[in-house]
Design a protein around this ligand. Structure first.
Ligand SMILES: Cc1cc2nc3c(=O)[nH]c(=O)nc-3n(C[C@H](O)[C@H](O)[C@H](O)COP(=O)(O)O)c2cc1C
Length: 354
């Protein structure tokens, strides 16, 4: 099974399944001499872990990361950084009902057809537990990114939209509520809504917005590895993501070029930033901002119709511990993937000119 590595110079490979012994990864290409704040890495993981509030899956996992290599006396050594997060709270029998049938819109059917065999417990490799490894690597990448600030937050749950520019938001409030929406009033409404969806045994989608500030000019490798292209690939590789837009995005098509263009100030900054901090695939020093759309996830705790391995129609009942809405836990995952891209492109940029 190919496709488990991400990045060119700062390269993460992950391993593990939802109900296996452990998940983890190897980071190859992390430069030597970075003093790592290990508590910071754990606190990023805590933002992603299950059971952290009433509106996320109630699987109880401490998600403690253990490092095996690549760090000595608190600093990176330049050698591969190996790490693992042990699974401790698997309840595999909760998944026996999907052993021989497929959850509609999950990965069960395609994994079976592609590999001829699948670990059905908790979704196996297709489970978003894999993203814990991304958060560890992203937390290390963040520590390599001197001064670059990455903040993601929930801006939409179902039809509830935070119609506010990120510049008007107090981003220090993102973690002040379980939804991770920096607008306290909207966060409360979203929280109540997610609770009502959970009560129905249903799920709901949402949007995570992300802003990256203090980005130097010159990150991005045209033509195939344009900065926004790789950010898009990074975000679309996250489980349950259905859409990515940056800068003016899909709304931009409604404008004329004369309205859409970002006029230059004499110092090279721009008066507006519809380009979203990237032009020609290269960062221009303005803020990079983008939206990531997450679907309402597949596992509903209701009776549903599906097919079994023989192709016969069956009715089954959704079971197990699941997220009614994944966006609160997706916030640190989006930040981690953004950090991995920026760390990689920071290293790549060093080869740009002599
Ligand atoms: C943080 C997070 C938590 C998730 N939790 C669940 C869950 O509890 N139940 C579920 O069916 N899908 C969940 N998913 C989504 C599935 O992993 C995903 O839908 C599945 O692998 C199929 O992939 P696709 O939706 O990208 O096509 C979660 C995704 C994320 C990002």
């Amino acid at each position: 099974m190919a496709g488990n590595s991400f990045g060119q110079l700062f390269r993460l490979t992950t391993f593990g399944e939802s109900h296996g012994k452990a998940l983890g990864g190897v980071i190859d290409g992390c430069p030597a001499g970075i003093t790592l704040d290990l508590e910071q890495i754990q606190s990023e993981l805590d933002r992603r872990k299950p059971g952290q509030s009433a509106i996320v899956t109630q699987r109880k996992e401490p998600d403690t990361v253990e490092f095996y290599s690549g760090i000595f006396e608190g600093k990176t050594t330049g050698t591969p950084i190996g790490f693992a997060i042990h699974n401790t709270n698997q309840k595999s029998k909760d998944y026996s009902h999907i052993k021989d049938s497929y959850r509609p819109s999950h990965a069960d059917y395609v994994y079976d057809k592609k590999y001829g065999f699948r670990d059905y417990r908790g979704g196996g490799r297709s489970s978003a537990r894999e993203t814990a490894s991304r958060v560890v690597a992203g937390a290390i990448a963040k520590q390599l990114l001197n001064g670059i600030k990455i903040n993601a937050y929930v801006s939409q749950v179902g039809e509830m939209t935070l119609e506010k520019d990120y510049k008007t938001l107090n981003l220090s409030k993102i973690d002040s509520n379980p939804v991770r929406c920096p607008d306290t009033e909207m966060a409360k409404k979203m929280e109540e809504y997610i609770k009502s969806i959970k009560k129905e045994g249903d799920t709901i989608g949402g949007i995570v917005s992300c802003v990256i500030q203090n980005v130097p000019i010159g990150l991005g490798e045209p033509v195939f590895d344009k900065l926004h292209a790789t950010l898009g690939a990074a975000m679309l590789s996250i489980n349950a993501v259905k859409g990515f837009e940056y800068g003016s995005g899909f709304e931009g098509v409604k404008m004329k070029g004369s309205q859409h263009n970002d006029a230059f100030n004499s110092d090279g900054t721009t008066a507006t930033n519809r380009s979203g901090g990237v032009q020609g695939g290269i960062s221009n020093g303005m803020d990079i901002y983008f939206n990531v759309a997450f679907k309402p996830v597949a596992t509903v705790l209701q009776a549903y119709e599906t097919i079994n391995k023989e192709g016969e129609k069956v009715t089954t009942q959704g079971k197990g511990r699941h997220d009614p809405c994944v966006v609160p836990r997706a916030v640190p995952i989006v930040e981690a993937m953004a950090a991995l891209v920026l760390a990689d492109y920071t290293l790549l940029a060093r080869s740009n000119k002599i």
